[in-house]
Design a protein around this ligand. Sequence first.
Ligand SMILES: C[S@@+](CC[C@H](N)C(=O)[O-])C[C@H]1O[C@@H](n2cnc3c(N)ncnc32)[C@H](O)[C@@H]1O
Length: 221
Amino acid sequence: MRRPRGQERAITGNQQTSWAFADVFVAEDEALLWARDRAYEAGIRSVSNGTGGALRLLAAAVDAKAVAEIGTGTGVSGIHLLHGMRPDGVLTTVDSDPECQQFARQAFRAAGFAGNRARFIPGPALEVLPRLADGGYDLVFCDGDRLQCLDYLAESLRLLRPGGLVCFEGVFADGRTVDAALPPAEVQHLRDLLRAVRESTVLVPSLLPVGDGLLCAVKRG
Ligand SMILES: C[S@@+](CC[C@H](N)C(=O)[O-])C[C@H]1O[C@@H](n2cnc3c(N)ncnc32)[C@H](O)[C@@H]1O
């Protein structure tokens, strides 16, 4: 039988078990579990363990000193990012809901991060991001409004230094990005985002199958 190649490769039951194992490979501490509980109560979807682990790894890989996050939530992704960043690194995190950010502030403190490691900016992302410095960030993590993902991409390209990394959470949209014949607007926007990132001449992309899909791309130097 011909060996399967590339896109033809079958996904087996064993692989699903392995992926479930991978998703909990990086253990989460009490502060993360507390932030997850607050997110659950507020009806907010936080990143999975596996996505959190990938964010830590990526922040460490780019030796991140400055990270911008769109969508603080109750702080789950922020704690993972802070764990991967340099010890003197600062996370700038934006959310339109200041109450969520209060939970995130408590969670960061419970996780052992000093107050000066995070800058909380309340407000709509597309009003806040233009105020952040050009080329001032090593990593931009986008987990806000999916309808705005193409605007986040444009802002991220401006905010990132050469060699910096942009990541988008939730690009699988629970399987709808690949499956839905007549997709809702948010899925159509995610498809446009995937195409724009894949076809960009200034980005080196990869789509990581962790959590609900983590689209990552390095801005060429
Ligand atoms: C999926 S949650 C973020 C979860 C968080 N990253 C985590 O893993 O803990 C999305 C967040 O984006 C915020 N949000 C939605 N639309 C926004 C916008 N236009 N500007 C800023 N924040 C927005 C919501 O208030 C919500 O807290």
